[in-house]
Design a protein around this ligand. Sequence first.
Ligand code: SF4
Ligand code: SF4
Length: 167
Amino acid sequence: MLSGILSKESCAGCRFCCSFRRASLWEVPVFTKENTEAIRKNPKLDETVLIPLSENADYARYDLSSHYQTDDSEEEAKCPYLSETGCVLSKEEKPWDCSIWPLRVMRKEDGELVIALTPTCPAINKLEFETVRQYVNENLREELLDYALKHPLLVKEYRVDFPIIDP
Ligand code: SF4
Ligand code: SF4
């Protein structure tokens, strides 16, 4: 989604956003019904890793909690859809969380939705924050907030270390 300012080359060899420490499991992407149906139709993909959300069975996610081999808090468990060459999912199969990364739509305590930036993405951190802010406001803000309003279960709770991209 940020392809206008973030090139594929800048992600080469990183894959940071496709594996998760225990403390980051809240970031595991949520799949919509459309994503899950597209995955189910693709014989090359295993849809059995997806577990319906208790809040609404139209949405699903995978559970990595048993994938850790050690007690090391830095150990990362990788997404089941990550291959040696990157994500195996098509646009229709890929969750919104991944499509908009490193952006996040988050909900503050008072219910306000904000667009924020994941602070740990090395590529985005090389850009001026103002460049990202301008790009998001000119190209993405309306679309992101509209989609988030239609899919509230995709919205993450706000965390203070995520810089907010003001309008
Ligand atoms: S964390 Fe950032 S740099 Fe790394 S793969 Fe994801 S988007 Fe690219
Ligand atoms: S679905 Fe694809 S982009 Fe998303 S975390 Fe998994 S491998 Fe990465």
